[in-house]
Design a protein around this ligand. Structure first.
Ligand SMILES: [Zn+2]
Ligand SMILES: [Zn+2]
Ligand SMILES: [Zn+2]
Length: 264
């Protein structure tokens, strides 16, 4: 199984527009791990290529990370930082000469069909200028070409949101609270990628680092990576920042970054 973190930033991306803080200045330098596009991930497992979310940076992300195949798209929820690039599925569909299966909670698929109705209408495909998406509603554990996926229901404010477990790997980019039993669904994963927006636990819809560390301690993966970070988190000063906040950073926790690839 091979995981590519395509985007590790929050909905605004980093650098933040017009911000001149140290992290944003660093993010504007070539090759900086503080440069974070909107959250997205690609997973290759047993020859199956799964794309998780298609946010506003989607097409640039898959080109930059040389993702040359997408067999299905799996959605976490309908916030625009996760779905605004859905129209760009036209390129994978055109290159692969195929329709694209898309999986997600009913609420997410409804939102996609309202925003991108023309992608769900076979007739509009005739000109070749748009993708054709085939919706599959996620209601519980399911398989895509024999690969089992388990949705992890989470509380992320008003919008219905899930993370996913695929065998030894868990991906939960947007969460404020785990629903009853949801943390248990992640127990036993080797690697967990988890939301950590900032150091502020008062944020209404996203984990702070402290909240992420609590869940990581409970799930106890071999390795955890934080994602969906805003500019308050500096890739190069993170251990120091944690110490300033009175947090002990465990050895198995690191920040993810755009373009991070790992195998498990
Ligand atoms: Zn900034
Ligand atoms: Zn969200
Ligand atoms: Zn998000």
């Amino acid at each position: 199984m091979r995981v590519t973190i395509l985007g590790s930033g929050t909905s605004t991306g980093v650098p933040e527009y017009r911000c001149e803080c140290d992290t944003c200045q660093c993010a504007r330098r070539p090759g900086s791990h503080n440069y974070r596009t909107r959250p997205s991930m690609h997973l290759e497992v047993e020859g199956l290529h799964l794309q998780f979310d298609t946010g506003p940076n989607f097409l640039d992300q898959i080109d930059r990370c040389r993702i040359h195949q997408i067999d299905a798209v799996v959605y976490t929820h309908a916030h625009s930082d996760h779905v605004a690039g859905t129209n760009d599925l036209v390129m994978p569909c055109r290159k692969q000469q195929c329709d694209m299966p898309v999986y997600g909670p009913a609420h997410t698929l409804d939102a996609l069909q309202r925003s991108f109705d023309y992608l769900f209408t076979k007739e509009t495909f005739a000109g070749g200028g748009v993708a054709h998406l085939v919706p599959h509603t996620v209601e519980g554990p399911f398989t895509i070409r024999e690969v089992p996926l388990t949705p992890i229901p989470v509380d992320h404010g008003a919008v219905v949101t899930v993370g996913y477990r695929i065998g030894p790997f868990g991906y939960v980019p947007d969460v404020k609270r785990f629903d009853t039993g949801s943390v248990d669904l992640l127990k036993g994963v080797e690697v967990l990628v988890l939301d950590a927006l900032s150091f502020n636990p008062k944020h209404p819809t996203h984990f702070a680092v402290s909240e992420a560390l609590d869940v990581i301690a409970e799930v106890a993966p071999r390795q955890a990576y934080l994602t969906h970070m805003m500019h308050r988190i500096d890739h190069y000063r993170f251990p120091e920042q944690c110490a300033d906040q009175g947090l002990t950073l465990p050895e198995n926790v690191a920040l993810s970054y755009d373009g991070l690839v790992f195998e498990l």
